[in-house]
Every structure is written in C-alpha cells, then in structure tokens.
Design a binder for this molecule. Structure first.
Ligand SMILES: *[C@@H]1O[C@H](CO)[C@@H](O)[C@H](O)[C@H]1NC(C)=O
Ligand SMILES: *[C@@H]1O[C@H](CO)[C@@H](O)[C@H](O)[C@H]1NC(C)=O
Ligand SMILES: *[C@@H]1O[C@H](CO)[C@@H](O)[C@H](O)[C@H]1NC(C)=O
Length: 338
C-alpha cells in the first residue's frame, strides 16, 4: 500500500515535471521563434507590399502557383451544352477576330485570364490546337480550375487571379453557379464564368438561378506571371475577369516591365467606357481595332496592321468612333470649341 502510493506519487511527480519541462521549453521556443518571425515579418510589412518582380514573389509563383503544360492528348470534352455557349455572348465575334488576326501565325504565346474550364467559350483553344501556340491560362475558381486541369491543355495554368493592384495580394473571390434543382436551360459554365473579385461586383440581377460561394484567392500582377515564365512577348492577352480589366491593364501600362503585348482582347460589360483609360491606352500606343461588347486593341505599328483586311476594319472602327463622337458632342460644346 505504502510502496504503491510512493511509486504512484513519484510517477505522478516525474510526469508532472516532464510535462512542465516540455511546456516551458515549448513556450520558450514558441516565443523566441514567433518573436523573431513577427519582428521580421512586421518589419517587412512595414516597408510596403512586395514588388511584382521581387525574386521572392517570382519564386513562390513558380513553385506554388504555376502548373506546367501537359504533353498528353487532349481529353474529349463534349458535355451536352458545350456548343450552346458558342452562339451566345460575344464568343463568335471574338473568335472571328482571333482567326482573322492570327491564322497562319504559328507558335505564338497567349495569356487568357478567366480561362474557365479551358474549353467553354475559350478564346485560345483554337490557337493552341491549330496554330501550335503555347501560353498561360489563369483561373481563380477552384471548381473551374479542376475541370481545366482535366482538359490537359498544352499551356501553363495558374489557380490564381490577376491582381487589380500593382503588388501581389489575397482577395475574396465570388463564384457563381446554377442553383441545385434549377430548370434553367443554359450551360452551367455560363454561370460559372461570372466569378469576380468581391470588390469588383457587377450587377447580375438577370441571373435568377444564381448561387454564390466565396473563397480566398491569391492574386499576382500581370507582370509577375510574365517574369516568372521568362516571357517578353505576348501575342494575345485575353481578359475576361468580370470587372477588374481596366485596373489590370492600367497597372501593366504603368509598369516598366519591358514586356511587349501585341493584341489585347478585353471584355467590358459596362455601358460607358472609361475615357481616362482609353486615353491611357492610346498614350501607350494601343489602337482600338474593333469594339462590340468587347474591345480589341492592337499595338501601334504591329505587323498585323499591315494586313489589308485588318486595315479595312481599322478604317471602319475609326470612322464609326468619329461619328459617335460628333453625335455625342452637344451643340454648345461644339460651338465653344470653335
Ligand atoms: C510547336 O511548337 C513547339 C515549341 O513551342 C515546337 O517545338 C514544335 O516543333 C512545334 N510543332 C509544330 C508542328 O510546328
Ligand atoms: C526562367 O528563368 C529562370 C532563371 O533563369 C529559371 O530558373 C526558370 O526555370 C525559368 N522558367 C521558365 C518557365 O522557363
Ligand atoms: C459642329 O461644327 C461643325 C463645323 O463647325 C459642323 O459641321 C457640325 O455639324 C457641328 N456638329 C453639331 C453636332 O452641331
């Protein structure tokens, strides 16, 4: 009895001592490390966000957020509604222009942001399959990205979003999908294509079967991706990112990255185009080639502009813009200018 209680007492004592020892050690290590880390992290944060081309940013992007092109056969992709989308939206219009600008142009490089599943309303699949292009597909929505990976496209892909700021950041991303049990006759991908940053919400009130979910997504400035992939010429940049297009392009124009982007296709769902943005594009040598619901810009003096059919389109667009400008200017402003 006595021996037993002594023993259990000493065992208890030893256990307690051991636990206490570990606890003290743990707390010490925790405070030392966290203390140091916090100090470093805090100091780093105080100096401001990391630059788009900071080596640390590029390393993380390369190692964690870029999946290499797949050298495998494409997966068949026919889900029933796949062709529905091709008649809607502005896909036929954009596709027409991409073929007109780039048929016969092999081995180019594209960036498509808002890549969706890599097939539905894809602006770049034709270039990749028929013209042997490579490129980068950016898709922030996790479910879309999973589908994209299954298609086995021969381009880089990234489960991120292009930052609307000039530095990397995390953002809340809003995904749209069709409500379960909805009877709506539209491709689910059409809904899934409306994901956007929380801050850049656009009115989707026409989406009566809309179901929203939220996730945290890492974003990088456009030039971070290009630097990480060592790309200096982009033949086509296709932006369909539901609201942050202007910010993304403005940041690119303001950077001195030395990257040359030849053609930009930009979705624009608002009624009135930002005049300041258009002036900035012009100032940086981008010519508006065509506009519908979307805008197509070409860099001034690009060899594409030497094609007769492209010159013809440009003439038409320029004439129409001049006509619209004269219609919009009020008699007072007209007379005051003269
Ligand atoms: C396609 O492009 C790759 C480089 O991206 C090149 O190595 C290959 O030869 C090209 N294939 C054809 C058929 O042009
Ligand atoms: C880009 O260049 C860096 C440094 O030269 C290299 O480490 C990296 O692998 C290259 N990345 C690609 C995608 O070519
Ligand atoms: C503006 O002035 C020009 C010439 O002064 C004239 O031809 C044109 O019709 C005027 N436009 C409007 C909208 O009044």
């Amino acid at each position: 009895m006595l021996r037993y209680s002594t023993c259990s007492a000493s065992v208890l004592f030893c256990t307690l001592a051991l636990v206490a020892g570990f606890a003290v050690y743990g707390i010490l290590v925790f405070f030392l490390q966290v203390g140091y880390m916090n100090k470093d992290d805090t100091l780093m944060c105080l100096s401001g966000p990391l630059e788009a081309d900071d080596p640390k940013v590029l390393e993380v992007l390369r190692n964690k957020y870029l999946d290499p092109p797949m050298d495998l056969p494409y997966r068949p992709i026919m889900h029933a509604m796949m062709n529905l989308g091709k008649k809607s939206h502005t896909w036929p219009w954009i596709n027409h222009y991409i073929k007109l600008l780039f048929s016969g142009h092999r081995d180019g490089f594209f960036i498509e942001a808002g890549a969706l599943d890599g097939v539905y309303l894809s602006n770049t699949l034709w270039l990749e399959q028929e013209m042997n292009w490579s490129g980068l597909l950016i898709e922030a929505d996790a479910i879309n990205y999973e589908a994209l990976m299954k298609r086995q496209r021969r381009a880089w892909s990234s489960p991120t979003c292009i930052s609307s700021t000039r530095y990397p950041k995390k953002t809340i991303f809003v995904s749209h999908s069709v409500r379960p049990n909805s009877q709506i006759m539209i491709s689910p991908w059409s809904y899934r294509s409306h994901g956007h940053e929380l801050d850049d919400d656009i009115d989707q009130s026409d989406f009566d079967a809309d179901y929203r979910s939220y996730s945290e997504v890492q974003c990088f400035p456009l030039i971070s991706y290009l630097a990480a992939l060592n790309v200096t010429t982009v033949d086509l940049l296709s932006l369909d990112i539901q609201g942050s297009e202007i910010k993304v392009l403005s940041n690119y124009l303001s950077s001195s990255s030395g990257v040359y982007i030849r053609v930009i296709v930009m979705e624009y769902e608002y009624d009135n185009m930002d005049v300041y943005f258009m002036t900035k594009m012009k100032h940086h040598g981008y010519i508006l080639l065509a506009k519908e619901m979307d805008y197509i810009f070409v860099k001034k003096r690009d060899r594409i502009l030497q094609r007769p059919e492209v010159r013809e389109i440009l003439r038409f667009t320029t004439k129409r813009a001049a006509l619209e400008a004269s219609k919009n200017s009020t008699p007072t402003s007209n007379s005051s200018q003269r």
